[in-house]
Write a protein that binds this ligand. Structure first.
Ligand code: OFO
Length: 165
């Protein structure tokens, strides 16, 4: 059975994962209208993943005797200055999400809620992966700079990342 305080912080994480999904969906749309199909496909896939992350929290809360709350979400940015700006935002957002997951782990230990602590380990591992991927994409974008040809090749390469991830 979840304590009220754990239920509350897990519900906040539902909102964060849902907002992540919306942020990446908005990024997908921006990339699509800018003609970068590979980047758009990658972002659509990321958006779906974030929705899955959200649903995992929903199920866990409801199964452990709590009530998952679906709340209003903050509207994401719909345009970006550049692709570099967009991928910087993605990286910074993942770092924020990692901090939030780490905070949940901390609270679960303080409350000696080992079931929640165990459940959260999947997210700890996932965040390590997502941060590393966002950082490596950002490194590539920094190398490309404003080179149009480079961006074209990057758009093709990122399609591979979507297929294999
Ligand atoms: Fe939910 O993993 Fe990214 O944010």
């Amino acid at each position: 059975m979840l304590s009220k305080s754990i239920e509350k912080v897990l519900n906040e994480q539902i909102r964060i994962e849902a907002e992540s999904s919306q942020i990446y969906l908005a990024m997908a749309c921006w990339a699509e209208v800018k003609g970068l199909e590979g980047v758009a496909g990658f972002m659509f896939a990321q958006s779906n993943e974030e929705r899955d992350h959200m649903l995992k929290f929903v199920k866990f809360i409801n199964e452990r005797g709590g009530h998952a709350h679906i709340s209003q979400l903050k509207a994401p940015n719909v345009t970006y200055k550049s692709f570099k700006d967009m991928f910087e935002t993605l990286y910074e957002h993942e770092v924020l999400v990692s901090e939030s997951i780490n905070n949940l782990v901390d609270i679960s230990l303080q409350e000696k809620d080992y079931a929640t602590h165990n459940f959260l380990q999947w997210y700890v591992a996932e965040q390590i992966e997502e941060e590393a991927m966002a950082r490596s994409i950002l490194d590539k974008i920094n190398l490309i700079g404003d080179d149009k040809g480079g961006l074209y090749l990057f758009d093709r390469d990122i399609q591979q990342l979507t297929i294999t991830s």
